[in-house]
Design a protein around this ligand. Structure first.
Ligand code: ZN
Length: 161
């Protein structure tokens, strides 16, 4: 294993242990969304909650269980996306998907900057069985953001029809 791979493995283990954003937060925001996702092939699970304030992803919190890769990936995405704009969250989602499809080849500098610690998952792209683990939290994020945006749109029109 190269020293870079060792460093990446350490980043993943640290995030799996720290679990940034772990513990669902009760939100007093009109635009919230929540998503429960399961990766049956590995047994990973996550419930992820987001809250929007205008175009800003104000809060990302979650509960989950499963392998280190799945849990670390959720921790990383919470760290990247919380406090950022919806546009940045979408870009990060697309960049992480591209990273998983790159078969272990690093992305360009711009997307690596955007992904930060998430670039440590580059090696996962070489193992198709683990890609689902790494994408679990991101799938939950995308789904939760869609719901939050729908709630926001409904709010703007004066509540649900
Ligand atoms: Zn897993």
């Amino acid at each position: 294993m190269s020293s870079l791979e060792q460093m990446y493995q350490q980043v993943i283990m640290d995030h799996a242990r720290q679990g940034h954003g772990r513990g669902l937060v009760e939100l007093d925001l009109p635009a919230t969304g929540e998503s429960h996702q399961v990766n049956t092939t590995c047994g990973d699970e996550v419930t992820l909650r987001v809250g929007l304030s205008g175009d800003t992803v104000e809060s990302v919190s979650w509960e989950g269980q499963g392998c280190s890769i799945s849990q670390a990936s959720i921790s990383v995405l919470a760290e990247i996306v919380e406090g950022e704009s919806l546009a940045t969250a979408d870009e990060a989602y697309e960049a992480f998907r591209a990273l998983m499809q790159s078969k272990g080849v690093p992305l360009d500098d711009e997307r690596e900057d955007l992904l930060g610690d998430a670039t440590a998952f580059v090696g996962v792209g070489k193992y198709p069985a683990r890609i689902k683990c790494a994408l679990l939290g991101w799938a939950a994020l995308r789904d939760a953001l869609i719901q939050a945006r729908a709630a926001q749109a409904s709010e703007a029109q004066g509540g649900p029809a």
